[in-house]
Design a protein around this ligand. Sequence first.
Ligand code: F6P
Length: 359
Amino acid sequence: MRIGVLTGGGDCPGLNAAIRAAAYRAWMFGDEVWGIREGWAGLLGDGKLAVLTPDDISGILPLGGTVLGSSRTNPARDEGEMRQVEDNLRARGIEALVTIGGDDTLSVSAKLSARGVAVVGIPKTIDNDVPHTDYCIGFDSAVDIVGEALDRLHTTAESHRRVMVVEVMGRDAGWLALTGGIGGGADLIIIPEEPIAIGQVVHHVQHRMQWRQFSIIVVAEGATVDGLESASMAGDVDQFGHPRLATRGIGTRLAEAIEERMGVEARVTVLGHVQRGGTPSIFDRVLATRMGTTAVEHIHDGKTGVMMALQGNDIAPVPFADVLGHNRTVDRRFFRMARAFATTEAAELFAQPGHGHEG
Ligand code: F6P
């Protein structure tokens, strides 16, 4: 059998581990594996794809990024481009595809699948917002980066008695902000699912500074803070219609507002693409290896039109139809749990004289 593999959308640590796993498993079946370059762009025009050999794959397990390259190209916007994708597959005799991507790449996979192409998807995104999977490849590695950044910012924040605003990625879902913020000991976490007013942030910082004289606030780039002026994002969208959130500057605007309203020193750190680069965690490597091998097994079993999902400790197939059209937002119980550590209520409580010391 000839199987094509592509990585689409924003990259993340663990993509190479998934490519390697799919290729190794396919070779064990006696398949030929084709590497498609730069996501769906590699199946447009004359196509950018070639047969992969074990030498192409050897040594890539611990490498960040993707040896295949990636792009946010969206052929589903144009019927002519969808036909080019099919023609390129047919011309090379590629019978099935393993697509490694987030909701956008998976949405194109679903459309191709509905047109009769055998496709199995693998979820990856540091946002961790693909439905029906507990984890997406890349999330665990990115959370570690957020946690390490918060550890480092703690010491300098305390030395200078400053407010540190840390902007992390997360367009529609606050998994990265919430998990990284809890693990790294933030005292306020602001996520897209739970809008907050600037007055409440100021109230929080007042109490927090009264008790500990420094503050670490994590804000997801897609979060809303009512009362902060919104930077214009008109026209700045990608091929799937998503606004480019980095230009929105929520972290910077929040730090400026805190300084203006409170007269305390505030600094902003935008972690940006640092969160997407570098070595994958062992968890991500193992998850990618499990999903990559299982995807190829599903192709051989004729069970395509599905995405591999981590459910509990099992890798299970989920039909594309169940995955599309919505994001997996944060678990409210998880957010409520964080209220004991990272909220205005906690700051108020600890600011009370003698709280927790004399019993
Ligand atoms: O989709 C994943 C993501 O990392 C988002 O969190 C972020 O908004 C976006 O990608 C950034 O994309 P780009 O690579 O185009 O700057």
